[in-house]
Write a protein that binds this ligand. Structure first.
Ligand code: HT7
Ligand code: ZN
Length: 862
């Protein structure tokens, strides 16, 4: 595999103006592709034609009706070069034969249950036919699909269906035309036997759009939530960004087998079924929120990604960071900003900070890659969204939205760069974003250290700030970045103290803008020592170090109005207590946490969902990122001890919350259920029979949030109630793949017994199938959330994961590569685990074939 560099970008020599595709679906599928090609102005007259293609049989290759001679072709496993003299405009005909049934990579054309479907981003189109598979080649597509009418009654592609009819031998066909220019990664096709749920949406300008959801037959009743979410997203984009949908039809197809969450193909989204299907008895409240946000994300791509796409894959965050930011705002507007933000930060810190600190660290706009699929990362997506959020903070929301609109207008129908996006914001704001660009080009999580000094006599309050970014692989020297730090100050009783702005370092009373490596701000006439609340709303993706006292943290927990800041305070208290319990018995830090939580429990809370978040313990995987060197077994034991301490200190309120568990939908009940789940989790740790019985009974509820919450609470407790509840759940839901995934995840994540042996047994369970969702449920949960088992000192956890990575490496490299993330961090492990894992990697690197896995392991061992 070769490394591709951003600096080597060259505009394509040839444009593909029209793409005519004919899919003849039989045991094998034959694809006839006719391309109308034109040499671009800047290209040399003798420029060869570069085409990408792999994994199919080539039956014909002709230019303007004449077969291309072998002598004029240079070919390897991945591409083909036509070197003969070419006219300025010509037609290329390529005929290929595909075997979708044996395509387990789930890229290109593949089978998912009763349908054939495609996944083309990033380079899947070149598994279908020879084509310049790069996002800056934009074409108009026309697609004819012919297939057996009984087996594949539904035939879909992008755009509008312009013709359909019967064909010979019980077959039928459909022709689709997409009027919009698009890169081939947005091409999609579906041929299947599916149920359909339809509706309509009227746009702000009064156009009627048909909405169609295609799902496995029998699942139609689980579509309404996704459908409603789509309509909400369409309305929100009109109201907030003034963006309307542009085709007459919007289709969503739910696939059982899907490598990621969903795909924004123009007018024909393909979805992992878990982000479409929901009913109260099968999906948790978290699943409902996930569906709403993924449906919105893919819809928002219609503008940020499809109408304006990326020039090359280095610009991926141009569409992904911006679209994540947009879907985050949508969810915050719909469901409440505080809890939404807390979830975002938890995810960013757990996944992205870890990535930034590991061997795969890369800038949001990477400089090079071996396998682009390895760069669909938390850095490109989530850190990319944080950068867009900071841009909005710096420019103000109104100017920011104008900037996005300006960018879309300027680049509509073309492929753009991150630079274009920033230039649009400079144009509308008149600001110079030179320093800000560094956020895109520099890897690593900046640390901001703050010290404060209060002079009792002089009544001055001084803040000393400094920033630094740690070295990342291949990038030792880092420059300062502009960091917006939202801030508020409180007195000892939790009353707000208003300190004045001090431009340019403090452009507003609630915002510090740290642009240099160091800065100092002094406030005069400050009557009492303030408790500062730094980074409200998590205004920048940094690690903030400030020596908060326990009293200050409790003060913020109880009195801050910013939900994120309250959560941050309790996280710090929990972390302090965790570290105390890691190295010895409970002491002052644990006492401070318990006191803070008791005071919190006595407060009145309308927002039960926020209260649940404040009480939730940091996850094992988050804690893993805080502990160097990492001993997973010790970590899990200290976390268990913390859970038990909290349970004993709060038994009264926890018991009240655990029992208030309503089944009905509705926002208030979502919060109550979240609280009931957290509360029963704590109480179960005390092993009280009453709560264990309650959880066993609740696990049989017809509300999946309650049922699953009860199982989570029981999951680490070795007791008959758990055994009974798990067995009943399995027999009730064995037939339902999405719910069964939950059972598998619970088993793989349980702290009971030998988790390595149990996980290995799960892989041989009669109900185990190697679908991406099931693999993630078992192996993803095992390495991310069961640190006690995964990091066993005998190295058996590492060996198990490596075996599975190797197995998948041949069939589905994308999934193999995701799992391989669990193997990369050997340097941060406590002995003897570091050497055991390194040895596993050294063996694995000899055996793997895919560039996906191999790129990561090479970087981990470097
Ligand atoms: N733009 C998509 C990213 C993607 C993908 C989706 C499904 C399967 C494989 C994939 N590779 C890349 C999804 C998104 O971010 O919206
Ligand atoms: Zn996306």
């Amino acid at each position: 595999a070769v490394e591709v560099f951003r600096k080597d970008y060259r505009a394509p020599d040839y444009a593909v103006e029209n793409v005519d595709l004919d899919f003849d679906v039989r045991d094998r599928t034959t694809v006839v592709s006719v391309l109308r090609i034109r040499r671009n102005g800047q290209a040399r007259a003798d420029a060869p034609l570069h085409l990408d293609g792999r994994g199919f049989e080539l039956l014909e290759l002709a230019i303007d009706g004449l077969a291309v001679a072998e002598a004029n072709v240079e070919r390897d496993d991945e591409r083909l070069l036509i070197k003969q003299a070419l006219p300025q405009a010509f037609s290329l005909r390529v005929v290929t034969r595909l075997d979708p049934d044996s395509n387990h990579s789930l890229e290109g054309l593949y089978r998912s249950g009763p349908m054939l479907c495609t996944q083309c981003e990033a380079r899947g189109f070149s598994r279908i036919t020879y084509f310049p598979d790069r996002p800056d080649v934009l074409s108009r597509f026309k697609v004819r699909i012919e297939a057996d009418a009984q087996r594949y009654p539904v035939l879909l592609s992008n755009g509008n269906r312009v013709e359909a009819g019967e064909a010979a031998d019980g077959r039928h066909y459909a022709i689709w035309e997409d009027p919009f220019l698009k890169p081939c990664y947005l091409f999609a096709l579906v041929a299947g036997d599916l149920g359909c749920v339809s509706d309509t949406y009227t746009t702000a300008s009064g156009r009627e759009v048909a909405l169609q959801f295609y799902v496995d037959k029998g699942n139609e009743g689980r579509v309404p939530h996704a459908l409603e979410s789509l309509k909400k997203a369409m309305r929100w984009d009109e109201q907030v960004y003034g963006l309307e949908y542009d085709l007459d039809i919007y289709m969503v197809v739910a696939a059982r087998e899907f490598n990621m969450g969903a795909m924004e193909n123009k007018g024909l989204n393909l979805f992992n079924a878990r982000f479409v299907l929901a009913s109260p008895d099968t999906a948790t409240d978290a699943d409902y929120e996930g569906i709403e946000s993924v449906i919105a994300h893919e819809y928002f791509h219609n503008w940020t990604g499809n109408r304006v796409t990326c020039r090359d894959w280095f610009q991926l965050s141009l569409k992904e960071g911006l679209t994540v930011f947009r879907d985050q705002n949508f969810s915050a507007d719909l469901n409440g900003a505080d809890v939404q933000r807390i979830g975002e930060v938890r995810q960013l810190r757990t996944l992205q900070f870890a990535e930034d600190a590991g061997p795969m660290a890369h800038p949001v706009r990477p400089d090079s890659y071996v396998e682009i699929n390895n760069f669909y990362t938390a850095t490109v997506y989530e850190k990319g969204a944080e950068i867009v959020r900071m841009l909005q903070t710096l420019l103000g929301r109104e100017t920011f939205i104008k900037g996005v609109q300006h960018y879309l207008r300027e680049h509509d129908g073309s492929a753009a760069t991150i630079e274009d996006f920033l230039a649009a914001h400079e144009a509308v704001s008149g600001r110079n974003l030179e320093g800000f660009r560094r956020w895109y080009s520099q890897a690593g999580t900046p640390t901001v250290g703050i010290d404060d000094e209060y002079h009792l006599l002089a009544h001055t309050y001084t803040l000393h700030l400094e920033q630094s970014t740690p070295a990342t692989p291949g990038a030792p020297d880092k420059k300062p970045v502009p960091i917006p730090i939202r801030v508020a100050f409180f007195d000892g009783e939790g009353q707000r103290i208003h300190l004045p702005a001090q431009p340019p370092l403090m452009p507003a009373p609630d915002l510090i803008l740290l642009e240099d490596a160091q800065a100092t701000i002094t406030f005069e006439d400050v009557k009492v020592r303030p408790t500062p609340s730094f980074l409200q709303g998590f205004s920048a993706p940094v690690r903030l170090q400030f020596g908060y006292s326990s009293d200050q943290l409790v003060n913020l927990l109880l009195h801050e109005s910013d939900g994120f800041a309250r959560w941050e305070a309790v996280q710090r208290l929990m972390l302090n207590a965790f570290f105390e319990l890691l190295s010895g018995p409970a002491g002052d830090d644990t006492q401070a946490l318990l006191k803070g939580l008791q005071l919190l429990a006595a407060q009145h809370f309308d927002d039960k969902a926020l209260l649940a978040e404040l009480l939730r313990m940091p996850s094992e995987s988050y804690l893993a990122g805080q502990l160097q060197p990492l001993d997973g077994e010790k970590l899990a034991a200290a976390r268990d001890a913390l859970r038990l301490r909290i349970a004993h200190a709060l038994t009264g309120p926890l018991s009240v919350w655990a029992t208030a568990a309503p089944e009905d939908q509705g926002a208030i009940n979502v919060g109550r259920r979240a609280l009931a789940g957290i509360a029963s989790g704590y109480l179960a740790a005390t092993r009280s029979t009453r709560i264990l019985d309650l959880c066993r009974d609740r696990a049989g509820s017809d509300n999946m949030t309650l049922s699953y919450g009860a199982l989570v609470a029981l999951n680490d407790i070795d007791c008959p109630q758990r055994e009974d509840a798990m067995a009943a759940f399995l027999s009730r839901w064995r037939h339902d793949a999405l719910v069964l995934d939950k059972w598998f995840a619970l088993q793989a994540g349980s702290a009971i017994g030998n988790g390595v042996e149990r996980t290995a047994e799960l892989l041989g369970h009669p109900d185990y199938v190697a679908s991406p969702n099931r693999i993630r449920s078992v192996l993803g949960t095992f390495w991310r959330e069961n640190l006690r088992a995964y990091h066993r000192a005998d190295g058996s956890g590492y060996r198990l994961l490596a075996e599975q990575v190797l197995k998948l490496d041949k069939s589905n490299p994308q999934i193999a590569s995701r799992l391989a993330d669990g193997l990369l961090g050997w340097r941060g492990l406590a002995a003897p685990r570091d050497e055991l894992l390194r040895a596993v990697l050294q063996r694995l690197v000899q055996q793997v074939a895919s560039p996906d896995v191999s790129e990561k392991i090479h970087k981990a061992l470097a």
